[in-house]
Each structure stands twice: as C-alpha cells, then as structure tokens.
Design a protein around this ligand. Structure first.
Ligand code: PLP
Length: 329
C-alpha cells in the first residue's frame, strides 16, 4: 500500500512510513493493530472517545440516521435531530448558555466563538473591540483564529498569528505547586495581567479572553485556586467576553457536565467538540449566552443575522450520534 498519498496531520510522516502503526479495530478500552496486537487506548483517542469504543447504541443511531436522512442543509432548513440535540445540550449548559451553534470540529467551534464575540460587540455599536487575549501554552485548534489565540510556539512559528492577539503568561509553576492536592495554591496573581493588558490596549478595543479552564495540549495545567473567578471578574468589569474552550474539559471529564460548572465560573461562550459524539462522528458546538444571542439575533432586523456556518453544521448523522451519547452519559 502506498503510504505517502496520505499526508498525515501532526505526524512525523517519514518516521511513520518507516514504521507504520496501523489500527484496524476498536472495542471498549482497546484498539487492535493490523498485527493483531491489543493496545490499551489510555488517552481516549485524542481525548475524545469518552464512552469507550464500539458502543452499539451510538452505532445503531448513526446507521438509522444515515438511512433516514443522510444529509440536510442547515442554512435555512432544519431537521428534528438538530433541535432535539440543541435543546438537550441547553438543559445541561452552565449559566444561561442556552443557544447552541453546531460545527464539525473544535477548531471550527473556536473560530465560530471568536466571530460571535465580534458580532456581539458590533451589534452593540462597539466595532472597535477586535483584540483577543489568549494564554501561553493554550491550545485552540489549528484554524487561523485558534492558531492566533493559541500559545504553543511550535504551532505558530511558520504561520504567524493573524489578528490582534495578546497572551497571558501560563500558570505552570512546578517549583511552588508540585504535589498540589486539588487546585494549586500559587499563581492567582497571574490573572491580574489580564487587567493590565485590557487597560493598556483600552477596554473599548478588546473583544474577548479565551482560555481552556484546564489547559490540555499545553501540558494538562490545572488553574490555581481562584484564577478562573478572577478572569471572570476582570472580563465582566471591562465588558470583555470570557470564552471557555472546553473541547477537552466538557462532557464529564471534570465530573460535572463542563469545567465551568465544576469550578462554578460561567463564561459567555463555551466551545465543545470531542466528547460531544464520543469521537464517533466529527462535531463541535458553541454554547452562547442569552445576552449574546439576543443582541446578535433577537435585536437584528429580519435577514441573516450571523453570516457564518458550515455545509455540515448540525449534520443529521452527527446529531444522532450526539443524542445517543447523551443518552448514555
Ligand atoms: C482545547 C482544544 N480546543 C480546540 C481543539 C481543536 O479541536 P479539533 O482538533 O477538533 O479541531 C482541541 C483539540 O485537541 C483542544 O484540545
């Protein structure tokens, strides 16, 4: 089999071709390789197969959906699955994040949330608010918005950072916080840099702060006690939106439905993907607050309120998979 036809993502392609690691099936917690080796899936795939592999109920829902309605556009059309799923997600949402926008990946959900932030400010006559603030070691996927707001240098070196983006220092402090039980005690003051950045650039120019409540790809970094509350408080004071990227954290990974609920810090926008369909079908979802939805959608004249969306937004098969996953969760 020709192995260089597939340009593999985030992979040393040459090393793979020299020593291919091919998987052929999966069940429960295990994969089976082409050589019939059983491999423990310790990381739940890329932190996405939260329910384990080979769930009959999910597979049956996907099959039934593909037979009944293989595709439905979601620009100007709807289908029951999309509304049922959004309604069920809204019931679990933190705070009043009751409006759900579907994408096909975490990266798309990140870009969608960033655009929602811009649309929200524009709808209130604050078009100047265009700056985004991320964090060093943050990971927000690989589309241009996520690449810019992310904070892992190797992901940006070649591509640069599009847009006006600034970063807070990360909260990794092994010297002081090693062997912490629960949330680390040191590092709360690192949140205060947000206040400084907002004042430096002018709150009237800052759109949103984006953060993973627990940083994943940057090293599984737990926030210091009070840190997320402090970010929330500073954002609120300056009219800056707080976006939580919960692509990894949501769907039970922190015990609660979302880390926002676990830490009791409600964001204005919450980005999810991965566990939404337990990795079975690509799907992401942005949870949006009542205030943002009302400002962008409710208060707009009749017409397309938000010029954004994907051919496969709310794909029927993905919705069916997500509903089946929710049933199991
Ligand atoms: C926090 C976070 N945001 C966004 C993404 C991007 O998701 P995707 O790979 O589905 O585009 C990831 C992926 O690992 C992630 O961990």
């Amino acid at each position: 089999m020709r192995l260089d036809a597939h340009w593999m993502p985030f992979t040393s392609n040459k090393a793979f071709i020299a020593n291919p690691r091919m998987l052929k099936s999966a069940s429960g917690m295990y994969w089976t390789t082409k050589e019939n080796q059983r491999v423990l899936d310790m990381t739940a795939g890329l932190w996405c197969t939260n329910l384990g592999h080979g769930r009959e109920r999910v597979a049956a829902a996907i099959y039934a959906s593909a037979r009944k309605l293989d595709y439905a556009p979601s620009f100007g059309f709807g289908h029951d699955g999309a509304f049922e799923l959004a309604g069920r997600l809204a019931e679990h949402a933190p705070g009043d994040l009751n409006h759900i926008f579907f994408t096909n990946s975490g990266s798309e959900a990140v870009d969608t949330a960033l655009k929602m932030a811009l649309a929200y400010h524009a709808s209130r006559g604050q078009k100047g608010r265009k700056i985004f603030i991320g964090r060093e070691r943050g990971y927000h996927g690989v589309n241009f918005g996520g690449t810019a707001t992310g904070g892992i240098a190797s992901n940006t070196r070649v591509f640069g950072r599009w847009g006006d983006v600034h970063h807070l220092a990360d909260v990794l402090d092994i010297h002081n916080n090693a062997f912490s039980r629960g949330l680390p005690a040191h590092g709360l003051e690192k949140a205060d840099e947000l206040e400084h950045l907002i004042e430096f650039h002018g709150a009237e120019n800052v759109a949103a702060m984006i953060a993973e409540p627990i940083q994943g790809a940057g090293g599984v970094i737990i926030p210091p006690a009070g840190y997320l509350d402090r970010l929330r408080e500073i954002c609120t004071r300056h009219g800056v939106l707080l976006i939580f990227d919960e692509v990894v954290c949501a769907f039970g990974r922190t015990c609660s439905f979302s880390a926002a609920q676990e830490f009791d810090v409600p964001p204005d926008l919450m980005i999810t993907a991965k566990g939404l369909t337990s990795g079975t079908i690509p799907m992401g979802a942005v949870f949006c607050s009542e205030a943002i939805y009302q400002s962008v959608v409710g208060d707009s004249p009749v017409g397309i309120e938000f010029s954004h969306g994907y051919t496969y937004s709310a794909h029927p098969t993905a919705c069916a998979a997500a509903i089946a996953c929710l049933d199991i969760y």
